[in-house]
Design a protein around this ligand. Structure first.
Ligand SMILES: Nc1ncnc2c1ncn2[C@@H]1O[C@H](COP(=O)(O)OP(=O)(O)OP(=O)(O)O)[C@@H](O)[C@H]1O
Length: 365
Protein backbone atom coordinates (compact mmCIF):
# COMPACT_ATOMS: atom_id res chain seq x y z
CA UNK A 1 0.00 0.00 0.00
CA UNK A 2 1.54 3.31 -1.13
CA UNK A 3 0.62 5.52 1.81
CA UNK A 4 -2.06 4.21 4.12
CA UNK A 5 -4.48 6.76 5.54
CA UNK A 6 -4.73 4.61 8.67
CA UNK A 7 -1.73 2.77 10.04
CA UNK A 8 -2.45 0.90 13.27
CA UNK A 9 0.34 -1.24 14.66
CA UNK A 10 0.40 -3.44 17.72
CA UNK A 11 -2.78 -1.94 19.18
CA UNK A 12 -3.50 -3.33 22.65
CA UNK A 13 -6.60 -2.40 24.63
CA UNK A 14 -7.23 -3.45 28.21
CA UNK A 15 -10.47 -2.84 30.06
CA UNK A 16 -9.32 -3.37 33.63
CA UNK A 17 -7.89 -6.88 33.78
CA UNK A 18 -9.56 -7.96 30.53
CA UNK A 19 -7.65 -7.59 27.26
CA UNK A 20 -9.99 -6.71 24.37
CA UNK A 21 -7.27 -6.23 21.70
CA UNK A 22 -4.02 -8.20 21.67
CA UNK A 23 -1.70 -6.21 19.41
CA UNK A 24 -3.82 -5.54 16.35
CA UNK A 25 -2.11 -4.21 13.22
CA UNK A 26 -4.08 -2.96 10.25
CA UNK A 27 -3.38 -0.58 7.40
CA UNK A 28 -6.16 1.07 5.43
CA UNK A 29 -5.54 2.76 2.10
CA UNK A 30 -6.85 6.15 1.01
CA UNK A 31 -10.32 5.67 -0.43
CA UNK A 32 -10.43 2.03 0.59
CA UNK A 33 -13.54 0.30 1.98
CA UNK A 34 -12.60 -2.13 4.76
CA UNK A 35 -15.05 -4.28 6.72
CA UNK A 36 -14.26 -5.56 10.22
CA UNK A 37 -15.98 -8.87 10.92
CA UNK A 38 -15.82 -11.48 13.65
CA UNK A 39 -17.90 -13.04 16.40
CA UNK A 40 -19.54 -10.95 19.09
CA UNK A 41 -17.00 -9.61 21.58
CA UNK A 42 -13.94 -10.06 19.31
CA UNK A 43 -13.05 -6.36 19.55
CA UNK A 44 -14.44 -4.81 16.35
CA UNK A 45 -16.17 -1.86 18.01
CA UNK A 46 -13.22 -1.31 20.34
CA UNK A 47 -10.89 -1.02 17.34
CA UNK A 48 -13.31 1.37 15.59
CA UNK A 49 -13.55 3.54 18.72
CA UNK A 50 -9.76 3.68 18.94
CA UNK A 51 -9.61 4.86 15.31
CA UNK A 52 -12.31 7.46 16.07
CA UNK A 53 -10.60 8.68 19.24
CA UNK A 54 -13.37 7.59 21.63
CA UNK A 55 -10.99 5.13 23.31
CA UNK A 56 -7.24 5.42 23.90
CA UNK A 57 -5.18 2.29 23.19
CA UNK A 58 -3.31 0.80 26.16
CA UNK A 59 -0.33 0.18 23.88
CA UNK A 60 0.59 0.37 20.22
CA UNK A 61 0.72 3.16 17.69
CA UNK A 62 -1.99 4.71 15.55
CA UNK A 63 -1.23 7.07 12.70
CA UNK A 64 -3.87 8.74 10.58
CA UNK A 65 -2.65 10.64 7.51
CA UNK A 66 0.88 10.12 8.80
CA UNK A 67 0.21 11.79 12.16
CA UNK A 68 0.50 10.11 15.55
CA UNK A 69 -3.00 10.16 17.07
CA UNK A 70 -1.92 9.84 20.69
CA UNK A 71 -3.87 12.40 22.70
CA UNK A 72 -5.70 13.76 19.64
CA UNK A 73 -9.42 14.09 20.57
CA UNK A 74 -12.14 12.65 18.34
CA UNK A 75 -13.34 16.05 17.11
CA UNK A 76 -9.83 16.97 15.90
CA UNK A 77 -9.37 13.78 13.88
CA UNK A 78 -10.22 13.51 10.15
CA UNK A 79 -12.68 10.75 11.07
CA UNK A 80 -16.42 10.64 11.76
CA UNK A 81 -18.33 7.73 13.22
CA UNK A 82 -21.89 6.51 12.60
CA UNK A 83 -23.14 4.44 15.49
CA UNK A 84 -25.13 1.22 15.65
CA UNK A 85 -27.79 2.89 17.72
CA UNK A 86 -28.74 6.15 16.11
CA UNK A 87 -27.34 9.06 17.96
CA UNK A 88 -29.56 11.70 16.34
CA UNK A 89 -30.67 14.51 18.62
CA UNK A 90 -34.40 13.87 19.09
CA UNK A 91 -35.27 17.51 19.81
CA UNK A 92 -33.41 18.91 16.84
CA UNK A 93 -34.79 18.99 13.29
CA UNK A 94 -33.14 17.10 10.44
CA UNK A 95 -31.46 20.32 9.30
CA UNK A 96 -30.14 21.01 12.83
CA UNK A 97 -28.94 17.44 13.19
CA UNK A 98 -27.05 17.47 9.89
CA UNK A 99 -25.64 20.95 10.46
CA UNK A 100 -24.61 20.36 14.08
CA UNK A 101 -20.86 19.85 13.52
CA UNK A 102 -20.71 22.81 11.12
CA UNK A 103 -22.24 25.05 13.77
CA UNK A 104 -19.51 23.95 16.20
CA UNK A 105 -16.91 24.73 13.57
CA UNK A 106 -18.52 28.17 13.07
CA UNK A 107 -19.06 27.58 9.36
CA UNK A 108 -21.12 30.42 7.81
CA UNK A 109 -24.91 30.02 7.45
CA UNK A 110 -24.78 30.17 3.64
CA UNK A 111 -22.08 27.49 3.49
CA UNK A 112 -23.93 25.35 6.08
CA UNK A 113 -27.23 25.57 4.14
CA UNK A 114 -25.52 24.67 0.91
CA UNK A 115 -23.70 21.67 2.45
CA UNK A 116 -26.90 20.43 4.11
CA UNK A 117 -28.70 20.54 0.75
CA UNK A 118 -25.87 18.65 -0.94
CA UNK A 119 -26.12 15.97 1.76
CA UNK A 120 -29.87 15.81 1.36
CA UNK A 121 -29.47 15.15 -2.39
CA UNK A 122 -26.72 12.62 -1.79
CA UNK A 123 -28.89 10.72 0.68
CA UNK A 124 -32.07 10.95 -1.44
CA UNK A 125 -33.96 12.78 1.30
CA UNK A 126 -36.71 15.22 0.30
CA UNK A 127 -36.12 18.95 1.04
CA UNK A 128 -39.30 19.15 3.16
CA UNK A 129 -37.71 16.64 5.58
CA UNK A 130 -35.38 19.37 6.80
CA UNK A 131 -37.90 20.69 9.27
CA UNK A 132 -38.97 17.26 10.56
CA UNK A 133 -37.79 15.68 13.80
CA UNK A 134 -36.12 12.24 13.87
CA UNK A 135 -39.29 10.60 15.29
CA UNK A 136 -41.15 11.69 12.15
CA UNK A 137 -38.83 9.67 9.90
CA UNK A 138 -38.63 5.94 9.12
CA UNK A 139 -35.69 3.90 10.45
CA UNK A 140 -34.00 3.98 7.03
CA UNK A 141 -34.46 7.73 6.69
CA UNK A 142 -33.07 8.29 10.19
CA UNK A 143 -30.01 6.25 9.29
CA UNK A 144 -29.51 8.34 6.15
CA UNK A 145 -29.69 11.50 8.25
CA UNK A 146 -27.07 9.99 10.56
CA UNK A 147 -24.85 9.31 7.53
CA UNK A 148 -25.44 12.84 6.24
CA UNK A 149 -24.53 14.27 9.64
CA UNK A 150 -21.25 12.33 9.65
CA UNK A 151 -20.37 13.18 6.04
CA UNK A 152 -21.27 16.89 6.08
CA UNK A 153 -17.96 17.81 7.71
CA UNK A 154 -16.17 16.03 4.83
CA UNK A 155 -14.14 13.54 6.88
CA UNK A 156 -11.31 11.61 5.23
CA UNK A 157 -12.42 8.44 7.01
CA UNK A 158 -15.98 7.37 7.77
CA UNK A 159 -16.29 4.81 10.57
CA UNK A 160 -19.51 2.82 10.53
CA UNK A 161 -20.55 0.66 13.48
CA UNK A 162 -23.26 -1.69 12.18
CA UNK A 163 -25.25 1.19 10.71
CA UNK A 164 -27.79 -1.10 9.06
CA UNK A 165 -28.37 -3.70 11.76
CA UNK A 166 -31.70 -2.22 12.88
CA UNK A 167 -33.21 -2.06 9.40
CA UNK A 168 -35.51 -4.61 7.78
CA UNK A 169 -34.07 -6.78 5.00
CA UNK A 170 -35.38 -4.76 2.05
CA UNK A 171 -34.35 -1.38 3.44
CA UNK A 172 -30.98 -2.81 4.33
CA UNK A 173 -30.40 -3.94 0.73
CA UNK A 174 -31.24 -0.49 -0.66
CA UNK A 175 -29.07 1.32 1.90
CA UNK A 176 -26.20 -1.11 1.22
CA UNK A 177 -26.38 -0.24 -2.48
CA UNK A 178 -26.45 3.47 -1.61
CA UNK A 179 -23.49 3.11 0.71
CA UNK A 180 -21.42 1.44 -2.00
CA UNK A 181 -22.36 4.17 -4.51
CA UNK A 182 -21.61 6.86 -1.94
CA UNK A 183 -18.20 5.36 -1.29
CA UNK A 184 -17.39 5.34 -4.98
CA UNK A 185 -18.56 8.92 -5.47
CA UNK A 186 -16.88 10.47 -2.43
CA UNK A 187 -13.51 8.72 -2.44
CA UNK A 188 -13.64 8.75 1.39
CA UNK A 189 -12.14 5.75 3.22
CA UNK A 190 -14.86 3.67 4.87
CA UNK A 191 -14.36 1.28 7.79
CA UNK A 192 -17.49 -0.78 8.45
CA UNK A 193 -18.12 -3.03 11.44
CA UNK A 194 -20.71 -5.63 10.54
CA UNK A 195 -22.11 -8.96 11.68
CA UNK A 196 -23.45 -9.55 8.21
CA UNK A 197 -20.84 -11.43 6.22
CA UNK A 198 -22.73 -11.08 2.99
CA UNK A 199 -22.75 -7.32 3.57
CA UNK A 200 -18.99 -7.34 4.11
CA UNK A 201 -18.44 -9.36 0.92
CA UNK A 202 -20.73 -7.09 -1.11
CA UNK A 203 -19.35 -3.76 0.06
CA UNK A 204 -15.73 -4.02 1.11
CA UNK A 205 -12.52 -3.91 -0.92
CA UNK A 206 -10.89 -5.86 1.90
CA UNK A 207 -12.25 -7.75 4.90
CA UNK A 208 -10.45 -7.98 8.24
CA UNK A 209 -11.55 -11.09 10.16
CA UNK A 210 -11.04 -10.83 13.92
CA UNK A 211 -11.24 -13.39 16.70
CA UNK A 212 -10.76 -12.88 20.45
CA UNK A 213 -8.93 -9.57 20.03
CA UNK A 214 -6.63 -10.80 17.22
CA UNK A 215 -6.68 -10.24 13.47
CA UNK A 216 -6.93 -13.69 11.86
CA UNK A 217 -6.88 -12.67 8.20
CA UNK A 218 -7.08 -9.55 6.08
CA UNK A 219 -7.88 -9.99 2.41
CA UNK A 220 -10.16 -9.28 -0.50
CA UNK A 221 -13.62 -10.90 -0.36
CA UNK A 222 -12.35 -13.50 -2.86
CA UNK A 223 -9.29 -14.26 -0.66
CA UNK A 224 -11.46 -14.66 2.41
CA UNK A 225 -14.03 -16.83 0.62
CA UNK A 226 -11.80 -18.97 -1.58
CA UNK A 227 -8.48 -18.86 0.31
CA UNK A 228 -9.39 -18.62 4.01
CA UNK A 229 -6.46 -18.82 6.44
CA UNK A 230 -8.09 -21.55 8.49
CA UNK A 231 -11.33 -23.34 9.34
CA UNK A 232 -12.49 -20.48 11.55
CA UNK A 233 -12.41 -17.97 8.68
CA UNK A 234 -13.87 -20.50 6.21
CA UNK A 235 -16.73 -21.37 8.55
CA UNK A 236 -17.39 -17.74 9.34
CA UNK A 237 -18.06 -16.73 5.75
CA UNK A 238 -20.59 -18.70 3.74
CA UNK A 239 -21.62 -22.34 4.07
CA UNK A 240 -18.79 -24.82 4.16
CA UNK A 241 -17.97 -28.48 3.94
CA UNK A 242 -14.78 -29.75 5.55
CA UNK A 243 -13.60 -33.11 4.30
CA UNK A 244 -10.91 -34.58 6.58
CA UNK A 245 -7.87 -35.62 4.51
CA UNK A 246 -4.32 -36.82 4.90
CA UNK A 247 -1.90 -34.42 3.22
CA UNK A 248 1.76 -34.89 2.35
CA UNK A 249 4.11 -32.51 0.57
CA UNK A 250 4.24 -33.13 -3.19
CA UNK A 251 7.33 -32.53 -5.32
CA UNK A 252 5.95 -29.46 -7.15
CA UNK A 253 5.26 -27.43 -3.98
CA UNK A 254 1.64 -28.56 -3.74
CA UNK A 255 0.19 -31.19 -1.41
CA UNK A 256 -0.88 -34.75 -2.18
CA UNK A 257 -4.17 -35.44 -0.43
CA UNK A 258 -6.11 -38.63 0.19
CA UNK A 259 -9.30 -39.55 1.99
CA UNK A 260 -10.62 -43.04 2.71
CA UNK A 261 -14.17 -41.77 2.11
CA UNK A 262 -13.47 -40.83 -1.45
CA UNK A 263 -14.23 -43.44 -4.06
CA UNK A 264 -11.47 -42.29 -6.46
CA UNK A 265 -7.78 -41.83 -5.65
CA UNK A 266 -5.05 -39.50 -4.58
CA UNK A 267 -4.73 -36.02 -6.00
CA UNK A 268 -2.41 -33.10 -5.77
CA UNK A 269 -3.58 -29.70 -4.60
CA UNK A 270 -1.53 -26.89 -6.16
CA UNK A 271 0.27 -24.59 -3.74
CA UNK A 272 -2.07 -21.64 -4.47
CA UNK A 273 -4.92 -23.79 -3.14
CA UNK A 274 -3.13 -24.53 0.12
CA UNK A 275 -3.41 -22.23 3.14
CA UNK A 276 -0.02 -20.64 3.96
CA UNK A 277 -0.78 -21.30 7.63
CA UNK A 278 -1.43 -25.02 7.12
CA UNK A 279 -0.61 -27.09 10.20
CA UNK A 280 -0.94 -30.79 10.89
CA UNK A 281 -3.93 -30.20 13.17
CA UNK A 282 -7.27 -31.08 11.61
CA UNK A 283 -6.18 -30.93 7.99
CA UNK A 284 -9.24 -30.75 5.75
CA UNK A 285 -10.35 -29.84 2.27
CA UNK A 286 -12.74 -26.92 2.16
CA UNK A 287 -15.35 -27.75 -0.44
CA UNK A 288 -17.88 -24.99 -1.08
CA UNK A 289 -21.49 -26.18 -1.57
CA UNK A 290 -21.80 -24.64 -5.03
CA UNK A 291 -18.89 -26.75 -6.37
CA UNK A 292 -20.58 -30.11 -5.66
CA UNK A 293 -22.87 -31.90 -8.12
CA UNK A 294 -24.88 -35.08 -8.36
CA UNK A 295 -23.02 -37.63 -10.45
CA UNK A 296 -25.54 -39.72 -12.35
CA UNK A 297 -23.41 -40.98 -15.25
CA UNK A 298 -19.65 -41.01 -15.64
CA UNK A 299 -17.45 -38.99 -13.32
CA UNK A 300 -15.45 -36.13 -14.81
CA UNK A 301 -11.66 -36.73 -15.02
CA UNK A 302 -10.07 -36.30 -11.59
CA UNK A 303 -13.42 -35.76 -9.86
CA UNK A 304 -13.70 -36.94 -6.26
CA UNK A 305 -16.78 -38.99 -5.54
CA UNK A 306 -18.68 -39.63 -2.32
CA UNK A 307 -21.63 -41.98 -1.82
CA UNK A 308 -24.48 -41.14 0.53
CA UNK A 309 -28.19 -40.49 0.74
CA UNK A 310 -30.34 -37.37 0.74
CA UNK A 311 -31.12 -36.29 4.27
CA UNK A 312 -33.06 -33.11 3.42
CA UNK A 313 -33.45 -30.43 0.81
CA UNK A 314 -34.53 -26.80 0.96
CA UNK A 315 -35.99 -24.93 -1.99
CA UNK A 316 -34.63 -21.39 -1.78
CA UNK A 317 -35.97 -20.08 -5.09
CA UNK A 318 -32.89 -19.27 -7.15
CA UNK A 319 -31.09 -22.26 -5.63
CA UNK A 320 -31.90 -25.55 -3.93
CA UNK A 321 -29.85 -26.74 -1.01
CA UNK A 322 -29.32 -30.45 -0.49
CA UNK A 323 -27.92 -32.09 2.63
CA UNK A 324 -26.28 -35.42 1.94
CA UNK A 325 -25.44 -37.88 4.71
CA UNK A 326 -22.15 -39.65 3.95
CA UNK A 327 -21.10 -42.50 6.21
CA UNK A 328 -17.93 -41.61 8.11
CA UNK A 329 -18.52 -37.83 8.05
CA UNK A 330 -19.84 -36.10 11.17
CA UNK A 331 -21.77 -33.39 9.34
CA UNK A 332 -24.04 -33.74 6.32
CA UNK A 333 -22.47 -32.51 3.07
CA UNK A 334 -24.17 -29.30 1.94
CA UNK A 335 -24.70 -28.79 -1.79
CA UNK A 336 -26.16 -25.71 -3.48
CA UNK A 337 -27.64 -26.37 -6.88
CA UNK A 338 -29.24 -23.87 -9.25
CA UNK A 339 -33.00 -23.81 -8.64
CA UNK A 340 -35.08 -25.99 -10.94
CA UNK A 341 -38.72 -27.06 -11.25
CA UNK A 342 -37.69 -30.70 -11.38
CA UNK A 343 -35.83 -31.76 -8.26
CA UNK A 344 -32.81 -33.95 -8.98
CA UNK A 345 -33.20 -36.27 -5.95
CA UNK A 346 -35.73 -37.16 -3.25
CA UNK A 347 -35.28 -37.44 0.52
CA UNK A 348 -33.81 -40.85 1.39
CA UNK A 349 -32.52 -41.50 -2.14
CA UNK A 350 -29.06 -43.07 -2.46
CA UNK A 351 -26.88 -40.64 -4.41
CA UNK A 352 -23.33 -40.22 -5.63
CA UNK A 353 -21.94 -36.70 -5.41
CA UNK A 354 -18.74 -35.31 -6.88
CA UNK A 355 -16.49 -32.28 -6.90
CA UNK A 356 -13.28 -31.26 -8.61
CA UNK A 357 -10.57 -31.15 -5.91
CA UNK A 358 -8.84 -28.43 -7.90
CA UNK A 359 -11.68 -26.11 -6.82
CA UNK A 360 -11.18 -27.07 -3.18
CA UNK A 361 -8.82 -25.44 -0.68
CA UNK A 362 -6.57 -27.23 1.76
CA UNK A 363 -6.51 -25.79 5.28
CA UNK A 364 -6.38 -26.75 8.93
CA UNK A 365 -7.83 -25.74 12.28
N1 LIG B 1 -16.23 -0.14 28.19
C1 LIG B 1 -15.91 -1.40 28.38
N2 LIG B 1 -15.54 -1.85 29.60
C2 LIG B 1 -15.19 -3.14 29.80
N3 LIG B 1 -15.16 -4.08 28.83
C3 LIG B 1 -15.50 -3.69 27.61
C4 LIG B 1 -15.91 -2.33 27.30
N4 LIG B 1 -16.19 -2.27 25.98
C5 LIG B 1 -15.99 -3.51 25.47
N5 LIG B 1 -15.57 -4.36 26.43
C6 LIG B 1 -15.21 -5.79 26.25
O1 LIG B 1 -14.23 -5.87 25.25
C7 LIG B 1 -14.45 -6.98 24.39
C8 LIG B 1 -14.60 -6.49 22.95
O2 LIG B 1 -15.80 -5.74 22.84
P1 LIG B 1 -16.28 -5.06 21.49
O3 LIG B 1 -17.52 -4.28 21.77
O4 LIG B 1 -15.16 -4.36 20.88
O5 LIG B 1 -16.63 -6.36 20.63
P2 LIG B 1 -17.39 -6.47 19.24
O6 LIG B 1 -16.59 -7.38 18.41
O7 LIG B 1 -17.66 -5.11 18.69
O8 LIG B 1 -18.74 -7.16 19.70
P3 LIG B 1 -20.23 -7.05 19.09
O9 LIG B 1 -20.15 -7.68 17.73
O10 LIG B 1 -21.04 -7.87 20.05
O11 LIG B 1 -20.61 -5.60 19.05
C9 LIG B 1 -15.68 -7.68 24.92
O12 LIG B 1 -15.27 -8.74 25.73
C10 LIG B 1 -16.38 -6.61 25.74
O13 LIG B 1 -17.12 -7.18 26.78
Amino acid sequence: MASPIIDASGIVKDYGAARALHGVSLQIGTGEFVALVGPSGCGKTTLLKILAGFEEPTDGRLEIQGKDMRGVPAASRPTRMVFQKLALFPHKTVAENIGFSLKLQKVSKTETDSRIRTMLDLMHLKPDYLERYPAQLSGGEQQRVALARALVSQPSVLLLDEPMSALDAKLKKSLQAELKKLHRELGTSFVLVTHDLEEAMMLADRICVMRSGHVVQVGTPADIYYRPANMFVAGFIGETNFLPVTATAATDGGMAVTSPLVVSGKTTIASEHVSPSLSAKGTALLVRPETIRFVKGDAAPGEWLLDGHVEEYFIKGASTQYRIRVQGLDAAVIMDLPGSIVLPAAVGEAVRIGFDPVQAFLLSE
